[in-house]
Design a protein around this ligand. Structure first.
Ligand code: HEM
Length: 311
């Protein structure tokens, strides 16, 4: 019979493979979604969001095939991963995150059926957030499958990281709403949206994800502007809280490398957001911004676990 050590090593390998596949899925689906919306198209912004009025979908045939193949392979590996975690007897470490990962993949497969219709805001939001959670959970499973644990640190700075993670999730949700509501052109300026530097009350209805959209939110749309402004405020709070938490993590030898990674990712992610706006919503900047969010979330979770001596 195989030793738990051998089984853990196999589970870790499968989880790392899933983490890489999840990142590919996030990249490809961001490309399909944002290209389909018309990000960076010409003439901007008239060409944006035409898909909502039955306009042509920008060609992405090969990329769609790649997405399907990667997602099917990930689902297959997800079943295998859980199987190896449970048989012949459950491995205490990774079985919970492997189970959650498989449940998430099944949910995303079901939601995928509905996201063919671009009008459904909730489907776009679940798709985007689900992709980021795929990366997070597969990375979490790989960490839980390590047979050796690094020494426990002084556990300083976890309050800041908890708060930073909360704001990071909010930032992700608001970013996903900008995409799903086709609201990119609603705020092409920095730091505020034209006249408004603060979200107008009548724009807050745009926070509702259980909605359908029939037209893009162009310049002057109160809802679109509110989403952009709230996204920026939450991103700033994330930068401060997670950034300070990571700086405090730098002083602990066992957390230094991951704290430095979180800091670097945070700065790059923030810069990509600013450049997306300043660069006139270039498609590749926005795709990189989407992938960066997923990687940052996984890295921040890793730092938290490391500081608590659990990874
Ligand atoms: C911690 C920092 C940030 C995180 C985690 C983050 C995350 C996200 C996410 C997840 C999306 C959705 C991407 C998609 O639809 O695939 C998004 C969209 C967007 N973000 Fe950020 N963001 C951050 C900072 C910023 C900043 C500082 C700005 C600009 C000042 C910005 C501008 C945008 C814009 C314009 C979009 C809409 C692109 C589109 O989907 O059409 N972001 N962000």
């Amino acid at each position: 019979m195989e030793t738990p050590h051998v089984r853990l090593r196999r589970v870790r390998l499968l989880a790392l493979l899933l983490a890489a596949l999840s990142m590919l899925i996030v990249l490809v689906s961001a490309y399909i979604r944002l290209n389909g919306a018309g990000l960076g198209c010409a003439p901007w912004p008239e060409c944006y969001g035409q898909i909502l009025s039955g306009g042509p979908h920008p060609h992405a045939g090969g990329v769609r095939v790649l997405h399907r193949v990667a997602a099917s392979l990930a689902l297959f590996i997800g079943f295998g991963l859980l199987w190896h975690c449970l048989r012949p007897e459950p491995l205490p470490g990774p079985k919970h995150s492997a189970g959650a990962l498989l449940a998430l993949m099944i949910l995303l497969t079901v939601v995928g059926v509905f996201s063919a219709d671009p009008h459904r805001v909730w489907a776009g939001v679940i798709n985007m957030l689900g992709g980021a959670l795929l990366v997070l959970l597969s990375w979490r499973t790989a960490l839980a499958a390590r047979s050796e644990r690094p020494p426990t640190g002084a556990r300083r700075g976890t309050g800041l990281i908890h708060a930073g993670l909360g704001f990071l999730m909010l930032t992700l949700f608001l970013g996903a709403l900008i995409g799903a509501r086709y609201a990119a052109p609603a705020c092409p300026a920095l730091p505020g949206c034209g006249e408004s530097a603060w979200p107008a009350v009548d724009g807050l209805a745009a926070l509702n994800p259980i909605a359908t959209v029939n037209a893009p939110a162009l310049l002057g749309d109160a809802g679109g502007a509110a989403l952009h402004l709230l996204h920026r405020v939450c991103a700033l709070a994330t930068l401060l809280l997670l950034g300070l938490g990571a700086i405090r993590g730098l002083v602990q030898a066992e957390a230094r490398a991951i704290a430095a990674t979180v800091l670097a990712l945070l700065l790059v992610q923030f810069a990509l957001g600013v450049l997306t706006v300043l660069g006139g919503f270039a498609l590749w900047l926005a795709v990189a911004h989407s992938v960066g969010a997923a990687v940052l979330l996984a890295a921040a979770m890793h730092l938290l676990l490391r500081l608590r001596g659990r990874a």
